[in-house]
Design a protein around this ligand. Sequence first.
Ligand code: MRU
Length: 353
Amino acid sequence: VRTIEWDEQNQRLRMIDQRRLPAEFALVEYDDHQAVAQAIQTMVVRGAPAIGAAAGFGLALAALRSTASEPAALRADLAAAAETLKAARPTAVNLAWAVHRILEHLPAEASAAELRRVVLAEAQRIADEDVEINLRMARHGAALIHDGDTVIHHCNTGALATVDWGTALGVIRMAHTQGKRIHVLVDETRPRLQGARLTAWELSQYGIPYDLISDGAAGYFLSSGQVQAAFFGGDRMAANGDVANKIGTYMLALACRDNSVSAYSVVPTSTIDLSLVSGAQIPIELRDPTEVLSLQVDGSPVAPAGATALNPAFDVTPSRLLTGIITEAGVVYPPYEINLRRAVQAAHSEAAR
Ligand code: MRU
């Protein structure tokens, strides 16, 4: 089962409801783009490539459900739906990337029926390509993992964060598939616990040995020489390699640098936003403080009544803390300003073939 799948027969979008894992594996169906935007906002679906693919199918639903019979009216409906979908979450650039890619693909002269066909076909192409790209990144990245390594991982970057296979967790999964004996330290990833709930669940499915650790324990394991490398994903990478990823990634990368442990960001080129000079320009999503305050221990809320909280969902890791950036075009090393641009061009040329 893919995380995101188009139901051809019923012309609907089907996704795994990630809010219910690991207690329950449930699929939910979507019939209109507003509901897809809400599913992205409430994190039924999450992870940068996954929300890009979901938004693509959201646009397809907008095209199919629009009552417009004239191409101009349909284009207007699509433009409005694109704005709704893009507004769902601000940090992961894959969301806007997918929506723009589909809109740019629309032929100048076409009937409404033809436009509908093109939107759905392009959404499907984005989803299928995601799986291919993840496998390519996984092969490049797995070469950096050695038999017997312990690696540390933040958030969830697996099949659930993509259409299938995964980015950083996909690299780890590929190394395991190649027969390397590896152990994964899984950051639980407060406040929404994507590591504890989703990554641990995925690793159990794949039979990859792991231990869950609290986020703050990473420094202990890194400083005691028990970790050979860190792998994490990215939600938006600027042209200089600075990368916004799940909150806590920056502190993990700092601790890696202090202990001379390699830190790799694994990102498809669709996550690279060359329009941004540095990470300072990346918009950071601030989520509802209740996500931080709702933690319970022994059945009681940990925070006192009336406590307030701040909840930035992402932080920016400066590229100077990265050992390398794993993309579908290969592993990119400094100088990132030059080599990331080359990787993006190489990926475009490969896709055009
Ligand atoms: O808030 P989320 O769960 O959508 O955040 C996801 C991450 O930060 C991932 O690490 C990132 O999307 C890259 S994984 C494909």
